[in-house]
Design a protein around this ligand. Sequence first.
Ligand SMILES: NC(=O)c1ccc[n+]([C@@H]2O[C@H](COP(=O)([O-])OP(=O)(O)OC[C@H]3O[C@@H](n4cnc5c(N)ncnc54)[C@H](OP(=O)(O)O)[C@@H]3O)[C@@H](O)[C@H]2O)c1
Length: 276
Amino acid sequence: MQNSTTIGFIGAGNMAYALISGLIRNGFNAQNIKLSDTDADLLFQRQAEFNLEVFTDNTELASQCDVIVFAVKPQILSIVCRELQTHIDHQPLMISIAAGVRSTDINRWLGGDTAIVRSMPNTPALLGKGATGMMANSTVSDEQKILAEQVLGAVSECLWVEDEKMLDAVTALSGSGPAYFFLMIESMTKAGVALGLDEKTAEQLSIQTALGASMMASKGEDSAHELRAKVTSPNGTTQAAIESFQDQNFEMIVSHAMRAAFDRAREMGSELGDND
Ligand SMILES: NC(=O)c1ccc[n+]([C@@H]2O[C@H](COP(=O)([O-])OP(=O)(O)OC[C@H]3O[C@@H](n4cnc5c(N)ncnc54)[C@H](OP(=O)(O)O)[C@@H]3O)[C@@H](O)[C@H]2O)c1
């Protein structure tokens, strides 16, 4: 990304904070980052920390930026987009991180013919360890796609999907996914306590095991299936546990849960889009 590219964030909350921190960490010049929010105190804090230009008027920010990131709550997005309609003649790239809001609705609210990348980051982005699914509408150029990757890549691994409907699948997998792993940690901790461990020990062992297993899988030398086979000795303790999981149809439980998240994501997309 050219350091002269100007990136504006609308909404100065948690996600904007994570993305701005990531960009600056990656060497992007804070002088070319602009931030707007309705909360003047929060803007003042961000300005003090990052030394960037801040605005309480979103339209003033929009008219000065090559890339505009929507980092407001999904329910607010239609209002924010409509107020920008007459301030984006310079055709900036719009990146939405708002969960559930479809690019077609964003485009309509902005007045049409707008380059939009819709993305679905997840909570570990707050630690720079996110996973983000993204789609670009047909107005987005190849250069703008690279820009979007650089912005979201500052805090996450980025993967493109062609069809916007697949962002509902991304939501069901990585968007909601951190909670599935938290549930696993919670359940393993409780089971450890039931087997006689004290709670703190059980919790620490669960967390460190999740971290270590995830790091092994992320090396990519072996698939998750191969890793599991390697640590499952015939007739051993792990095999006893895996067989118990399989008896309860663990794969089906996960599949049903993700289908429920997928269906809810589609429903929410319609609800938010009808917010005209
Ligand atoms: N947090 C996550 O892990 C995560 C993960 C994936 C996606 N997302 C998406 O990221 C987006 C931002 O999430 P967040 O957690 O950063 O939210 P957040 O902390 O609530 O930040 C949103 C900010 O926008 C401000 N705001 C409200 N109305 C505004 C307006 N009209 N113009 C400008 N700013 C306005 C809010 O101020 P007030 O508080 O005063 O209203 C708040 O400071 C959401 O759409 C969410 O779906 C978040």
